[in-house]
Design a protein around this ligand. Structure first.
Ligand code: COS
Length: 383
């Protein structure tokens, strides 16, 4: 935990950075499909790559409440900027923090915290998306090494990554999740190919691609935590954290979209007055405000619960489900407020609408969140 004043100054600094640097760069990023170097330098300088990394390994060591407070601010800009440090701050690194050996933590975390080493998370495969436990990538023990074979799909930041957390089956007899282990695989290891970048609906500037492992030999000490068979749980625990972080992104983006809607509705004159004066427009704005407030309240409450050490798998899934679905409804209403101008590229809403769509899919679809929520409810009811 940092103190209240330090947190407030981080939030204020992030708010200024978003308005002075990130928002003015959004169109450039959209056009060039990359994040300019001066922005990457500032992301590093402000420590965003190491928000979750404990201070003893060079990170900021933020609590969950502190993290979501900063991320709600960052989420106000295009989510593409956050995506660049998102895997290093999230799923690509959390496994090392949660289950890594001391040696693994010391080796990787300080470099990840500075942004000099980009971390990426290789769970999804062509045949294993929502059913992550069905993955077929294999890691076969061979003396002091493991040999990894398989293809990972939609791997965010893989074209830039230096270290991959790779989930692979070490026990071929065990078809269930207990046969899965996690490995820390360095980009330079022979046998890794990064596929072409996926052409996506939105999120230009954030890059995903296949990562293909062909007889990729890693030393036995690359096994995360030095223990086979616990990789699936590492992945799920990492996702529990990352989904709450994602809920904060959805909240920040909802707040941005509302401001875009308010601005347009106040400027646009029809029937002799700004359209903001019409009650049907006001109804849409009010629905957006109520949902965004609910999102922020949920995120902060669950972050506090997590900081108190309470189990929050169900609550985190509730947050991811509600905040990203609310974001979808808000984006749709704000586009509707823009009318025809919402469908052309003159205003940010056209781009942000496409970006927002991804949040209901990645890091677990809304339907997977529903499933997690209901399973946890039934488990608690039966206990
Ligand atoms: N924390 C710790 N352990 C967890 C966990 C969590 N949040 N969720 C599940 N586990 C454990 C279970 O307790 C179980 O352990 P035991 O075998 O000791 O009982 C094990 O992991 C398997 O869990 P489960 O039986 O629930 O696995 P399923 O195959 O049914 O899958 C879902 C569970 C569907 C929730 C999981 O596959 C999932 O989250 N899918 C979506 C993946 C995703 O989000 N992908 C996005 C891309 S990655 S950025």
């Amino acid at each position: 935990m940092v103190d209240v004043d330090t947190l407030q100054s981080m939030v204020d600094q992030t708010r200024r950075f978003v308005r002075d640097d990130l928002i003015p760069s959004e169109e450039w990023v959209e056009e060039h499909d990359e994040i300019p170097d001066h922005i990457v330098s500032k992301l590093k300088e402000f420590g965003y790559f190491g928000m979750t990394i404990p201070e003893q390994y060079g990170g900021l060591g933020l609590s969950m409440l502190e993290e979501v407070s900063v991320v709600c601010e960052i989420g106000y800009a295009s989510p593409v900027f956050r995506s660049y440090f998102g895997t290093s701050n999230g799923v690509g690194t959390l496994g090392i923090i949660i289950d890594g050996t001391e040696e693994q933590r010391q080796k990787y975390l300080p470099r990840i915290a500075t942004g000099d080493c980009i971390a990426s998370f290789c769970l999804t495969e062509p045949g294993a998306g929502s059913d992550a436990g069905a993955l077929t990538t294999k890691a076969t023990r061979d003396g002091d090494h493991y040999v990894i074979n398989g293809t990972k799909r939609f791997t965010t930041n893989s074209p830039h990554a230096n270290i991959f957390t790779v989930f692979a089956r070490t026990d071929s007899k065990q078809q269930k999740t207990s046969g899965i282990s996690a490995f820390l695989v360095e980009r330079e290891t022979p046998g890794i190919t990064i596929g072409p970048r996926n052409k996506k609906m939105g999120f230009r500037g954030s890059h995903t691609a296949d990562v293909i492992f062909e007889n990729c030999r890693v030393p036995a000490h690359a096994l995360l935590g030095g223990q086979e068979g616990v990789g699936f749980k590492t992945a799920m625990r990492s996702l529990d954290h990352a989904r709450l972080h994602m809920s904060a992104v959805a909240t920040g983006l909802s707040e941005r979209l509302i401001d875009e809607g308010l601005r347009y509705a106040s400027d646009r004159v029809q029937f002799g007055k700004p359209i903001s004066q019409f009650q049907l427009i006001q109804g849409m704005l009010a629905d957006c405000a109520a949902e965004a407030l609910a999102s922020r309240a949920m995120v902060e409450r669950v972050a506090r619960m997590r900081d108190d050490g309470r189990p929050v798998t169900k609550e985190t899934a509730c947050c991811k489900y509600f905040t990203t679905e609310a974001l979808g409804r808000i984006a749709d209403r704000v586009l509707q407020i823009h009318g025809g101008y919402g469908y052309i590229k003159e205003y940010p809403i056209e781009r942000l609408f496409r970006d927002a769509r991804l949040l209901r899919i990645y890091e677990g679809t809304s339907q997977i969140q529903q499933l997690v929520i209901a399973r946890e409810m039934l488990k608690q009811h039966a206990a």
